[in-house]
Design a protein around this ligand. Structure first.
Ligand code: XMP
Length: 516
């Protein structure tokens, strides 16, 4: 974001597990923020010009050698600071208080904790005196620093929050960013709006305008190439780039024949009306030939990824000299890859690695500062159809890893039908918003059945549905029996070759979301 007028919150990362969540909460409250490494120099911080600073939590102890600390001058900037957990202990440690290891269970707190706040402190304005907060700390503030006063306590811990209203420094031992903290959102809102004076100027309409301008300036008369997978990120990137540079953009959509029912046509329909060059390559045959007889999941992934690159390269060559390669990288990828600033070609999670020898000058990643929910909001802003924007994640290797064992066109077609019925019934039951990912898997188990008067010996199909925040862990969805019943009845009646339907009730871990 190069807009000097944009109000920005700086989130200094001390290695806590909820750091992305803090950033998402701040953005949801309408304020732009960036997560940066704690090693930032004072010059870098000044150049960033933060409206306020948040110190995140972290796994270390502030008094241990080698633990992460911010530059000392940060406390003299006159900028408000909110320290969360480890960040709160940093405030205490640097400003003359004392942090020690909690000697016993008295001051060490984990989980939901009843907490009492002083609502005359601006951070807690309008918040009930007693509410539940989420704690996770083994250290505690034995002495609060000079100039600060106590602003919250719990049964186990006398010093749960501190504030120095004149310097606008606030520290909380608990985590306001997690949902378990009943009034966490309100506390963050107080910090942003009342303490820092934020105006709530972060909107996708504003982002769109600035991004379009920046992309235009950068691209000039050059040509841009984008690998469009049909997933949300690359689709939104395509729509944004199309608005910015129009027909200087070429989107290559490789239809590998492993898409869901109607998906290829939906992607084409969403982009055909726009002013851009859209190339759909129907490559089903060549993928199926390469995949014939392959049963190992990793071999399938490898073959699909490699074949994708080959097709993409051939198309890129036809287009000729390309100045810019665009990617749909989003902010969690940036944060997870170590907060590096360099735009490097990384293994693209959708397509398994783009070629680094296409003739291009630079990479453009217009979504690299956006979270997934913001990408969806931007997609709506750009007029992409709602069912497109809200679609669930779909793996790059597509149905190739949902047909267990060897892949044939016939099996793919059956899986496509069954998967479509599952999605259709979920939508009719109004449950799509309650599941983060749901799909069908064609197993390679055959079982005996009876249909009409005859014996059958057909395939078993598994349904999978999960709820999850981040796909690292996931819980299986408690789909109502009557919905499962309708899905099962329809599938065995409407899809030939499937005579049994199973529901996968395994969480991740120990299972993964996909079967292969
Ligand atoms: P797992 O199966 O690892 O899935 O629990 C977690 C999430 O990642 C997706 N997934 C993939 N996405 N290429 C992708 O682009 C892949 O090879 C791949 N494997 C799994 C999966 O759909 C889920 O959203």
């Amino acid at each position: 974001m190069n807009d000097p007028k944009q109000q920005k919150i700086l989130i200094l990362d001390f290695g806590g597990q909820y750091n992305q969540l803090i950033a998402r909460r701040v953005r949801e409250l309408g304020v732009y923020c960036e997560v940066k490494p704690y090693r930032m120099t004072i010059e870098e911080i000044r150049a960033f010009a933060p409206l306020g600073i948040i110190f995140t939590g972290g796994p270390q102890s502030v008094y241990r050698e080698g633990s992460p600390h911010p530059v000392e001058e940060i406390f003299d900037l006159g900028v408000p600071i909110l320290g969360i957990c480890y960040g709160c202990q940093l405030l205490a440690h640097h400003l003359g208080g004392e942090v020690t290891e909690a000697a016993d269970d008295t001051a060490r707190e984990y989980g939901k904790t009843e907490t009492s706040v002083d609502s005359t402190c601006r951070l807690f304005a309008g918040i009930p005196e007693t509410s539940v907060t989420w704690m996770s700390h083994g250290d505690y503030m034995a002495r609060i620093p000079e100039g600060f006063r106590l602003a919250a306590y719990s049964v186990a811990c006398p010093n749960v929050a501190i504030c120095d209203e004149s310097r606008r420094f606030y520290g909380v031992q608990f985590h306001p960013e997690v949902n378990h903290t009943e009034y966490g959102r309100e506390m963050l809102r107080n910090f942003l709006y009342t303490v820092c004076g934020a105006e709530g100027s972060w909107t996708m309409a504003g982002f769109r305008e600035r991004a379009v301008k920046e992309i235009r300036e950068k691209v000039g008369d050059g040509k841009v190439l984008l690998a469009l997978s049909g997933g949300v990120d690359s689709s939104v990137a395509a729509a944004l780039l199309a608005e910015a540079v129009g027909d200087k953009l070429t989107c290559v959509f490789v239809d590998h024949g492993l898409m869901r029912k109607n998906e290829g046509d939906e992607v084409e329909a969403a982009f055909s009306g726009r002013e851009l060059n859209f190339v759909r390559v129907n490559a089903e045959n060549r993928f199926l030939i390469r995949l014939a007889g392959v049963t190992d999941p990793e071999d399938k992934r490898h073959i699909i990824g490699e074949e994708f690159i080959r097709v993409f390269e051939e198309e890129a060559k036809k287009i000729g000299f390309v100045d810019f390669l665009a990617q749909g990288t989003i902010y969690p990828d940036v944060i997870e890859s170590g907060l590096g600033d360099a735009a490097v070609i990384k293994s693209h999670h959708n397509v398994g690695g783009l070629p680094d020898y296409v003739d291009f000058r630079e990479i453009i990643e217009p979504l690299r500062m956006l979270f997934k929910d913001e990408v969806r909001a931007l997609g709506r802003e750009l007029g992409l159809p709602e069912d497109f924007v809200s679609r669930q994640p779909f793996p790059g290797p597509g149905l190739g890893i949902r047909v267990i064992g060897d892949i044939t066109k016939e099996k793919l077609d059956r899986l496509r039908e069954a998967d479509f019925i599952f999605r259709d019934e979920v939508a009719k039951a109004g449950l799509s918003g309650e599941m983060d990912q749901y799909f069908a898997v064609l197993t390679n188990v055959r079982s005996v059945g009876v249909q009409g008067d005859g014996r059958t010996y057909d395939y078993a199909l598994a349904l999978r549905s999960v709820v999850t925040q981040d796909f690292m862990t996931a819980d299986w969805t408690r789909i109502p029996y009557d919905v499962l019943d309708r899905v099962s009845t329809r599938i065995v009646n409407e899809v030939p070759g499937i005579s049994r339907v199973l529901y996968d009730i395994t969480s991740k871990p120990p299972a993964t979301v996909e079967w292969e």
